[in-house]
Design a protein around this ligand. Sequence first.
Ligand SMILES: Cc1cc2nc3c(=O)[nH]c(=O)nc-3n(C[C@H](O)[C@H](O)[C@H](O)COP(=O)(O)OP(=O)(O)OC[C@H]3O[C@@H](n4cnc5c(N)ncnc54)[C@H](O)[C@@H]3O)c2cc1C
Length: 349
Amino acid sequence: MERQDRQAVRTDPLSTQALIIGAGPVGLYQAFQLGLLGMDCHLVDVLPHVGGQCVELYADKPIYDIAGLPRCTGRELIERLQQQISPFAPPMHLGHQVTELHRLEAGGFQLHTDLGLSITTPHVVLAAGVGAFLPRSLPLEGLQSLSGVCHAHQPMPSPAQAPHVVLAGSDEQILPPLKHWLAQPTASLTLLHRRSKLDLHGSDAAWVKQCLDSGRLRLVVGQAIGLAADDGALQALHIAPPDGDAFDCPCQVLVQCLGLSPKLGPLADWGLAMSKRRIEVNTRDFGTSEPGIHAVGDINFYPGKRKLIMSGFHEATLAAYGVAERLSAGPVTLEYTTASAKLHQRLKV
Ligand SMILES: Cc1cc2nc3c(=O)[nH]c(=O)nc-3n(C[C@H](O)[C@H](O)[C@H](O)COP(=O)(O)OP(=O)(O)OC[C@H]3O[C@@H](n4cnc5c(N)ncnc54)[C@H](O)[C@@H]3O)c2cc1C
């Protein structure tokens, strides 16, 4: 599963019968069920790859409770789901966070992403799990708007002069930016971490130790508690060490390599009925309090809800029927994949 850099796009609004927010296991299966019922859809995920929690949190761990699959890793399950939806080839917009939902006067919705994509649709399926996985930042007010500040996986800033570069983090996320900046001979490199012990192993740990021993990289142990900026550009971080007095660490480039954390974010402000930070749904078709918007998987709440992949698959199946019935303004006949020539045609089997 390929990682892509987030790049701003400006396009004319796209249009689809259903927009799925979230390409975790449930969002992917939602695309399958919509395709099976003859509907097109688009998927959007803020991560640069599909798979949600399965890939982000436990890609190589085995799952034992998927029906008919006695054992498979998170990554294998996602690869199988991708294979299953391949006949429908739903367009996927990865690296985009859906930030806005507007109700259209004529009915339906227009949604916008942080990178400028806009999509109109009569149906939205929220498969947003525990929220959008967004990069963690240092908790310093005003930091993110300064020039010279970025997250790992983003394009590196390119300041005019030899910069003081600080990498904040301690695990393998520091490796690509470290390699990038080591190739710039004039940059001074600092690794900032709360403890002296890094979360690296084997050859990665040995390589970083070599960089430290050679003096090309220095380790600063402590927490950033303040910053200094000049004309919108970061100049220094104020560091509190575990012992002793706080001090300034020069910093014109800050690369935050602090992992990802899920944030419900803008979805919570769309006026949908919520319970315990999750979206309330009915159990007939997993519709929310607003007609045309469904919620499936970990994001939803109903009595008896269990945050399990199998529960999400069931919810996605009934949500697809709900969308199909709304589109056809009437009941949709159930057909079996084993026997239906129409479904075989859709599945290209
Ligand atoms: C360690 C661990 C082990 C687990 N083991 C099991 C197990 O053995 N069996 C089992 O059944 N379940 C297990 N689970 C639970 C399972 O992973 C979840 O139930 C499942 O991932 C939910 O799928 P989902 O598609 O609803 O959400 P997610 O997997 O969370 O995917 C949601 C996606 O939506 C994206 N998103 C959210 N908001 C936005 C937005 N505004 N714009 C764009 N994208 C957005 C997120 O980036 C994410 O990729 C486990 C969970 C964990 C953490």
